[in-house]
Design a protein around this ligand. Sequence first.
Ligand code: UDP
Length: 331
Amino acid sequence: MNVMVVGGAGYIGSHAVRLLLDAGHTVCVYDNLSLGHREAVPDGLLVEGELSDREKIVSTLRSERIDAVMHFAAFALVNESVNDPALYYRNNVVAALELLDAMREADVTKIVFSSTTATYGEPDVIPIPETTPQRPINPYGFTKLVIEQALADYAAAYGFSYAALRYFNAAGARPDGSIGEDHNPETHLIPIVLQVALGQRERITIFGDDYDTPDGTCIRDYIHIDDLGDAHLRALDRLEPGKGLCVNLGTGRGTSVREIVEACREVTGHPIPEVTGERRAGDPPRLIADATLAKEVLGWTPSYTDVKSIVETAWRWHHSHPQGYASRVKV
Ligand code: UDP
């Protein structure tokens, strides 16, 4: 297929691009590089443009003869969404609707959309099945839920076929260490812990150890970035006109913050000093996917089944790119 990867210069999008290319698809990356990195995109694939620039998207969809879109271009920080909801509604909702309408105009109706566990809010049942009521507790979760609903409505009315993939915690890097996670500022646990191992931070602050969990720290479901990407390719193959697939992408295994720090110590051989700080507002104690549906409908199972192997890939990237993409020597 000819696939347009919107946000393909970002962390998750850039890994999906490599997997699409590996599988023989033709890829066009559409990205405004506001958060993404030019260096993360293979030469010749990048079209620089805004999500809100409908004309440019329509002409790119037509000139590249695009069959399907993968949409990764969104803001994804809960705290930021609470402090600046306008930014989130404008980018994650208004601009995403421009993309959907550009697709209608260009007669492209297949889309794989990045959704999130944040659409569930604070669910009562763990592991979390897709049937869990979606009651977001922050603007980020609401913006993603709005687009899930829009996709269902566009499928019914305009024959769109879509997959809304609800991510748990994406982690790790392409195993050859060529691309990886590079956010500024970094807020995610694994890269921050590895920055301690690199000597860029003195210690890791654990955000609360008085949760009702075995070691008192929050539990998350960490899924390797290539397993996540693999599920996108499988979803792409299963899109059906007028229908939608809403599927959790997680492993079904929970790992605590302390267990992550310990895995990073083992992988890096660095003592990684830690300190316990206050709880971070809005952190649910436990988020673990019920990953049964992904197996049933996508035939997907994760190939990285323990966090140490995920951390190993992240470490390969961070160790070889201590300043992220800025580490690359330009010739
Ligand atoms: N966390 C932490 N210290 C940090 C960053 C994160 O203790 O410096 C915890 C955070 O409270 C959460 C887990 O690590 O329980 C994963 O956080 P992250 O931001 O990576 O992903 P999230 O689950 O928020 O999407």
